[in-house]
Write a protein that binds this ligand. Sequence first.
Ligand code: ADP
Ligand code: MG
Length: 251
Amino acid sequence: MTILRVSGLTKRFGATDVLRGIDLEVARGERIAILGASGSGKSTLLRCLNFMERPSGGTIALDGQLLGREGRTAERIYRENELIQVRQRVGMVFQQFNLFPHMTAIGNVMEGLRTVRGLPRPEAETRARQELARVGLAEKADTYPAHLSGGQKQRVAIARALAMEPEMLLFDEPTSALDPELVGEVLAVILALAEEGRTMLLVTHELGFAYHVATRIIFLADGAIHEQGTPDEVLKNPRKERTRAFLASHR
Ligand code: ADP
Ligand code: MG
């Protein structure tokens, strides 16, 4: 039932070791909340998992398929068509939404279906409408991002990720850029996806939401998994002093 297996993942930017050997197994249906101080490597980890960043070392296997060519990861030459496939299978939602500003909501959701999946326009449009309806935005299909609220933009971004039928969803602080009154509508969509049994990795500072939605909590520090466990273990009874200090500063 393992969907993702990460072994010894490292990532270095110049002289900076950002990830120092991450081992992580994710089972289908697991929901993992990733916590950690700013700069601890949370975004880099998610970006490596869908190959927006190229890992410096270690391996990533999706559904048992080792990604990249054989040989040491650092020497692998990633095949671009393989990476495009990985990005379909591992959907990503960003803090800053990353919508295409020159496309309407439905245009944003259709884009991958058209260019990556090669769906004809009518099919792509039908699918995109369904995804927008799922996030409660059917009536905003023809609206451009500039005329959407932050919460609506993020829901479009989630619809865009869902349209590709990913096996796993990565959320990188999906509510951090939102005004407080818009956070709830995005968390409600993520909660509905959790209730469907979706596999997800969620970087968040919303500790209450993480406690509620996650099946496992990971605390990252110094580019490594410093502590992990159930929400009760990590959030209520952290074993490590650093985890306690982090939680104390985020209450
Ligand atoms: P987090 O998401 O936990 O705040 P990041 O993964 O964004 O942390 O960053 C971890 C560290 O890696 C930081 O020190 C950051 O400056 C550095 N970093 C991230 N991306 C790059 C990059 N493209 N080039 C150089 N350094 C980077
Ligand atoms: Mg980040």
